[in-house]
Structure formats: structure tokens, C-alpha cells
Design a protein around this ligand. Structure first.
Ligand SMILES: [Zn+2]
Length: 269
């Protein structure tokens, strides 16, 4: 049911650890953790625990950082302490989320990738130093209020967590703040990354182009929503006009991730 594949990038420095969850033989979700110079960025989802830990036995992490609290990024935090004696570092708010993940992980996400056991995190400073690299901690709220990215200024690597995800998003989680997402995208674009390591897509070679396309797409969407409001259209009509009919994701997640959330997020301004 679970598959864990490991993708070593050609430059040999950053290793993508791609975890894929299959249900009835179909891949339903993937997430990447990354390993570079002793630094593990995110701990994947709980259902992949045994294979993930086996892999880490060969990599020997020295420090663990979470980009945010979601269960596909912190699923094996508990085992970092237990197995390697490492306390994962994260935004101060992450600590409170991870005290009891069962309070906020909905049923369908438990079914797909599992619910992490309660765990603790240490507070991230503004930098993370490894043997050969220095990673700047960039607060990037929007996808979640505790979201951070890591940026290595000499290599110009950006570890973007779930900030980017795709150039043309059609869905949004209820708790996401679309305006903070746009601000955070602009913040990381100002760093001029040369390579982006996205938790969903893995390595992206032209990050500036991808980030700017996403900002442009969201700004056009905002204009479309504002235009719909001026014409007196309902949120449902605006949604159908801009994002198309149907909202299967909204149906399966009971509205937690939906097209309607994306439209309504722009209406909150
Ligand atoms: Zn997330």
C-alpha cells in the first residue's frame, strides 16, 4: 500500500526523499522530504514510517527542521527523538499544533497518510548552520500560519515547503490566507533562488519563472473575482466562470479543500 522511493539528484548534494501513498494501486498523494549535508527537512507521513526510518539509518541526520505542522511534513517527528535523539526545529506555533495532532487532522487525511503521534519541537533561530552550508529561515505564512522556507544564499537553493505547490492552483484549504500566500511568494522571489525544492513537486530548475507565473495567475484570479463582484455575480457563479464547473475535491474533503474556498478567500479582502 505504501511506497517510498528515493531520488538522488545529479548534483549529489540535495537528496529528495519522495514518499508516495497508493490506495488500490493508484497513487493518491506524494510528498518530498529533503536531505542535505546532515540536515533533514520535514519527516514525511506516518504511514511510511518504517521505510523512512530505514533510509535515515543510512543518511545519519544531524539536524531536523519542519517547514510547517501539517501531518505529511511532521508524520515521523516523534521517531526523530526516539531513534536519533534529535529534537526537530520549527516555528514556535508548530509546537502547539504537534502537542495533539488528533485535534486537527481530519478523517480523510488520517486515512491517506496517517496521524502523527504527539511530539515536541524546538524553536528555530533565524539560521541553520550545517557543516558546509548556511540556511536562512524565511517566515512565509499563508498556506499555514507557521510556514517557513529555508534559503541557502550561496547556492541560492530555496526549500519552499508547501508555499509553491503549483503554478495554477484551483483549490484552497479553509484556513489558508491567499493574500499572505502572495506576499510570501513575493518575499521568496526577492531572494532570486536558482533552484527550488518544493515539497509537492520535488526539485524545480527555473524557480523564478515558476514563482512569477504563480503570482501572475493569482493576481489575475483576484481581478476576475473583483470583476464578478462588480457584475453582481454570486460566489458560485464566479467560481464556475473562473475555475470551471464541479468541485470533486470539495466534495471528498467536505469543503475543507475546495474551489469555493479559493474564491471566498479573495472576497475576504
Ligand atoms: Zn501543508
Amino acid at each position: 500500500m505504501n511506497r517510498l522511493s528515493i531520488d538522488f539528484k545529479p548534483d549529489g548534494l540535495v537528496h529528495s526523499i519522495r514518499m508516495t501513498r497508493q490506495v488500490l494501486g493508484f497513487p493518491v498523494y506524494k510528498v518530498n522530504a529533503f536531505f542535505v549535508d546532515g540536515l533533514l527537512i520535514d519527516t514525511g507521513f506516518a504511514f511510511g514510517r518504517n521505510r523512512f526510518l530505514k533510509l535515515l539509518d543510512t543518511l545519519h541526520p544531524d539536524v531536523v527542521v519542519n517547514t510547517h505542522h501539517h501531518e505529511d511534513h511532521t508524520g515521523n517527528n516523534f521517531s526523530m527523538r526516539e531513534k536519533f535523539g534529535l529534537l526537530p526545529l520549527a516555528h514556535p506555533k508548530t509546537f502547539f499544533y504537534l502537542q495533539d495532532p488528533s485535534r486537527w487532522v481530519p478523517w480523510y487525511r488520517r486515512f491517506v497518510w496517517g496521524c502523527p503521534p504527539p511530539s515536541e519541537t524546538g524553536e528555530l533561530n533565524s539560521k541553520v548552520q550545517t557543516e558546509h552550508f548556511l540556511f536562512l529561515v524565511i517566515p512565509t505564512p499563508g498556506h499555514s500560519d507557521d510556514h517557513i522556507c529555508l534559503f541557502e544564499p550561496n547556492e541560492k537553493w530555496l526549500f519552499s515547503g508547501d508555499l509553491f505547490l503549483s503554478e495554477q492552483m484551483k483549490y484552497l484549504r479553509k484556513e489558508e490566507n491567499i493574500f499572505s500566500i502572495i506576499d510570501s511568494l513575493m518575499k521568496v522571489a526577492a531572494l532570486h533562488p536558482k533552484k527550488m525544492f518544493c515539497s509537492f513537486n520535488g526539485p524545480i530548475d527555473q524557480p523564478m519563472e515558476a514563482i512569477h507565473k504563480k503570482i501572475e495567475y493569482l493576481e489575475n484570479l483576484q481581478k476576475g473575482v473583483e470583476d464578478g463582484v462588480r457584475r453582481g455575480l454570486s460566489p458560485g457563479e464566479i467560481q464556475r466562470r473562473l475555475l470551471g464547473r464541479g468541485d470533486r475535491m470539495g466534495f471528498f474533503t467536505a469543503g475543507e479543500i475546495s474551489k469555493r474556498n479559493l474564491i471566498e478567500a479573495f472576497l475576504k479582502k
